[in-house]
Design a protein around this ligand. Structure first.
Ligand code: SF4
Ligand code: SF4
Length: 411
């Protein structure tokens, strides 16, 4: 795509990056076939190609309007378009640049500013979010129905092993997951313990920064990245093998720290090393599975529908890694149509775009339940919290299911 960027951005690093991305797009429109918002709304301006055009126009000097901002806001950043694009267009990075430029010129309505600031400053702070969650659960009946369901998801975490294994990995207990679904990290710690690996949880590490990045607070995302690099680096020097992520959205963000802090000499090298050490739990477990002494047991089959979060299948391009682990412990995988489509959770999207989010959830639940599964499994706290209140079928993180199955097989 031929571009002529405006003088104020043309010679900057961001301008050169945006121009390279824009030039890669051959405006074939293939990406529209897998874009959830285009599928729902049928408006070219809500397709990846339409958004690319709008960003191009803004970077070429056209004054953005509230309409431009709305079409960019409606994007889920699911990155399904990146998976589909035959030209390798890095849509997610272009959108990040486009949103940032548009937000500098177009003021948002007051209420929207308040909601975005509230989400940004509460959900990403684990202690504050945990406290608010306890209050919200106590006062649940007084809250709007769409907010009530966010707090419905609860289950016992069980116990966490106090292992003294020599092998260690860092576990990021994410801000949202740590408060909303601590059972996931406990289950991960138990499975790792069975495999002879201890988890290190650094209390000074915090939110990965993904939520702030989603809300165009790129400096806030960098602050989070710097804090976590400082928190984890001593453990890296002490010999941890990996940073293991149980939330695929956080994993995607931490794997991006190297790029995010590349221009900061005090952090660039350490951030790149940490990103390289970061693995989704499924990838780590798949590598270890065959080398570790798990007994082979015949488990009674369970029909399972697996929902691969966008941050796993599109963001990290991890496909077909979780499923064999489930099958090894007796899962019978249900076929799920439109498996590439987002469930509508998408970070803060379910709070900021409730109508589109609800439509996508309905579509996803219909697809996931079509094969009559006994349980729905996923890999990201946002998807779990979004899907669970919408179905009577249990929704769990896959590591919780694996932990349960291992307990049945081994205890
Ligand atoms: S599929 Fe890729 S090259 Fe084609 S319009 Fe979409 S982003 Fe551009
Ligand atoms: S990131 Fe997702 S919602 Fe946004 S344009 Fe791409 S496919 Fe559509």
């Amino acid at each position: 795509m031929e571009t002529h960027l405006a003088d104020h951005i043309r010679d900057s690093d961001v301008g050169r990056e945006a121009e390279a991305i824009l030039r890669a797009c051959v405006h074939c429109g293939f990406c529209g076939a897998t874009c959830p918002t285009y599928q729902l709304l049928g408006d070219e301006l809500d397709s990846p190609r339409g958004r690319i055009y709008q960003i191009k126009e803004v970077l070429e000097g056209k004054r953005p309007t509230r309409v431009t901002q709305v079409h960019l806001d409606r994007c889920l950043t699911c990155l399904s378009c990146e998976t589909t694009c035959p030209s390798g267009v890095r849509f997610g990075r272009l959108l990040e640049i486009g949103r940032s430029v548009v937000d500098q010129s177009v003021a948002r309505p007051l209420l929207e500013r308040f909601v975005r600031a509230t989400v940004r400053e509460t959900v990403s702070r684990r202690v504050l979010f945990g406290g608010l969650l306890r209050v919200a659960r106590a006062l649940r009946q007084l809250l709007p129905a769409r907010i009530q369901v966010k707090f419905a998801v609860r289950r016992s975490a069980g116990s966490i092993p106090s292992s003294g294994h020599a092998r260690r990995v860092i576990l990021l207990t994410s801000c949202t997951q740590g408060a909303l679904l601590p059972a996931v990290d406990y289950a991960a710690a138990r499975v790792l313990d069975r495999l002879g690996v201890a988890v290190v949880v650094d209390p000074t590490a915090g939110c990965c920064g993904a939520l702030r990045a989603h809300l165009s607070d790129l400096e806030g995302a960098r602050v989070a990245a710097r804090r976590n690099v400082d928190a984890w680096w001593p453990q890296v020097e002490a010999g941890v093998e990996a940073l293991v992520m149980t939330a695929s959205g956080c994993g995607l963000q931490v794997r991006d720290y190297g790029r995010l802090l590349a221009a900061e000499p005090a952090y660039a090298e350490r951030a790149a090393r940490l990103s390289a050490l970061t693995l989704d739990l499924s990838v780590w477990l798949a590598r270890e599975w065959s080398r570790l002494p798990l007994p082979v047991v015949a488990m009674p089959p369970v029909t399972v529908a697996f929902h691969a979060p966008c941050s796993l299948q599109h963001g990290q391009q991890i496909n077909g890694v979780v499923e064999p682990l489930l099958v090894a412990l007796g899962a019978r995988l249900a076929t799920v149509r439109e498996a590439h489509l987002c469930c509508g959770s998408a970070g803060s999207y379910s709070l900021l775009q409730p109508t589109l989010s609800a439509a996508l959830r309905k579509r996803k639940i219909s697809a996931l339940t079509a094969g009559a599964p006994e349980v729905i499994l996923s890999a990201n706290v946002g998807c779990l919290a979004h899907l669970e209140p919408a179905t009577a079928i249990p929704v769990r993180h896959w590591i919780e299911w694996l932990d349960e199955r291992l307990s049945q097989a081994l205890n």
